[in-house]
Design a protein around this ligand. Structure first.
Ligand SMILES: Cc1ncc(COP(=O)(O)O)c(C=O)c1O
Length: 441
């Protein structure tokens, strides 16, 4: 089985018998959208509707969306649908005009952050947010050097793809970028925190040795692409101290771990007891409406603000701010972070129970409703098994349950249901996984 290292769980031509309609649509897509796109699954999904945790194909078949980190409060949540509809019918302008909603939102969002973080700037995507965060950090520090984890993904712009190693060998890293192994406590001998800190320190020294002044260490607090590493809490704290000691900044990439997903706190970095200099956010921020941003310590952005005019046509527009406000209000009012903690723990336990009889499950890890299941040849060797992971992902899709995979070795099941996931949904998930694991043996 071919596993596309450029994107785990990518559709591979010929891997499954497709009906003529599916085949036709794929050909049309190729002709129209060109060669750079990838589809998920050996049998790609054609979706026409979503509601809550469910997605529907044209025949009305329901799929449980357990890979959802955009419409994170559930597909087509009525609070967001109504707010966006109302606003788009009232006023769609940008941040060059005075408008309350963007201010109300910034106030509400900043109230969830440590006191040290005082500004919020708006972008449309997570890539743009990381691009802006890197610009600000490079301007503030006068350096260019960047430290990232070795299978991290931070986005698609020219600057950000140069520090997104998960894009694969064919997308070169910048000469000013150093990678460090993710803090994989299952495979590192000894203290994983000490090891991670030593790796970041060595990367900083190597940057300096090559004449690059360190500007930033950027880390996604759940290490989503690296393989979902959530514990021990606090494991990134000394690495943050190391970048500060070298005159650089810590950018918390909260595109994956933000907005309550990890259950313990609204922000992933809070689980580790660190205070970032810059926080990038995106995906779930508008529950499907494109809105993203960078929160910053005021002193870090001060000089940048004086020197560089910042305007982003759609970033923080009246509709985006409305969508973001409705999403945050729903997360808080419906106690979705608490639900992520409670149902996430229940789901994790349900999957971990399967490990008792399934040698392929090396470890179940994660926090809240962001789980990783490490698929291995056997638990004594912990050798990653990407082929079995891919078979599980595709068999679950055929069972009507959507997940994907991640990690350097492409062997970790990535499970990320909406924050509204119920215990009943978790039972349904575990039942499907049980059936699929039995069929894989
Ligand atoms: C951790 C992380 N950062 C940044 C991005 C880029 O976000 P976007 O696709 O909105 O540009 C992603 C997207 O998957 C991400 O997972």
């Amino acid at each position: 089985m071919t596993i596309d290292k450029g994107m785990v769980n990518a559709f591979v031509e010929g891997a499954a018998d497709l009906d003529p309609e599916e085949h036709g649509m794929i050909e049309r897509r190729k002709a129209l959208l060109g060669p750079a796109y990838r589809l998920f699954y050996q049998r790609p999904l054609h979706l026409v509707r979503g509601e809550g945790v469910w997605l529907y194909d044209p025949q009305g078949r329901a799929y449980m969306d357990a890979y959802n980190n955009v419409t994170s409060i559930g597909h087509c949540h009525p609070a967001v649908v109504e707010a966006v509809t109302r606003q788009v019918g009232t006023l769609a302008t940008n941040t060059r005009y005075l408008h309350e909603t963007v201010l109300d939102y910034a106030e509400r969002l900043l109230a969830t952050m440590p006191d040290e973080i005082g500004h919020l700037m708006f972008t449309c995507t997570g890539s743009e947010a990381n691009d802006l965060a890197a610009r600000i950090a490079q301007s503030y520090t006068g350096g260019t050097g960047i430290v990232v984890t070795e299978t991290a993904y931070h986005g698609i712009t020219q600057a950000v793809s140069a520090f997104s190693p998960s894009l694969g060998q064919n997308v070169p890293l910048g000469p000013h970028v150093r990678t460090v192994p993710a803090p994989d406590d299952t495979r590192v001998d000894g203290d994983v925190t000490a090891r991670f800190t030593a790796d970041v320190e060595a990367a900083i020294r190597d940057l300096q040795r090559h004449g690059f002044k360190p500007a930033l260490f950027i880390c996604d607090a759940i290490l989503a692409s690296d393989g979902v590493f959530s514990h021990p809490k606090g494991m990134i704290r000394s690495a943050v101290d190391a970048i500060h000691a070298a005159g650089g900044l810590y950018v918390a990439d909260e595109v994956q771990s933000g907005f309550g997903r990890t259950g313990d706190a609204l922000w992933g970095f809070q689980r580790h007891g660190v205070i970032p200099d810059l926080v990038s956010m995106g995906k779930p921020m508008g529950n499907g409406y494109p809105v993203a941003g960078v929160a910053a310590r005021p002193e870090v952005v001060e000089e940048f603000g004086r020197k560089a005019r910042y305007f982003n046509t759609f970033g923080g527009n009246t509709v985006a701010a409305t969508a973001a406000l409705a999403t945050l209000t729903t997360i808080q009012n419906e106690k979705l972070m608490e639900n992520a903690r409670e149902v996430g723990a229940y789901l994790k336990e349900g999957i971990a129970n399967l490990a008792a009889t399934r040698e392929a499950i090396g470890e179940v890890r994660g926090a809240g409703l962001f789980l990783g299941v490490d698929i291995v040849r056997d638990r004594s060797s912990m050798d990653p098994d990407a082929e079995v992971a891919t078979r599980i992902v595709n068999a679950l899709r055929d069972e009507g349950v959507l997940i994907s995979a991640c990690a350097k070795a492409a062997n970790v099941l990535k499970i990320r249901p909406p924050l509204t996931f119920s215990r009943e949904n978790a039972d349904q998930f575990v039942a499907a996984l049980t059936k699929v694991l039995a069929s894989i043996d």
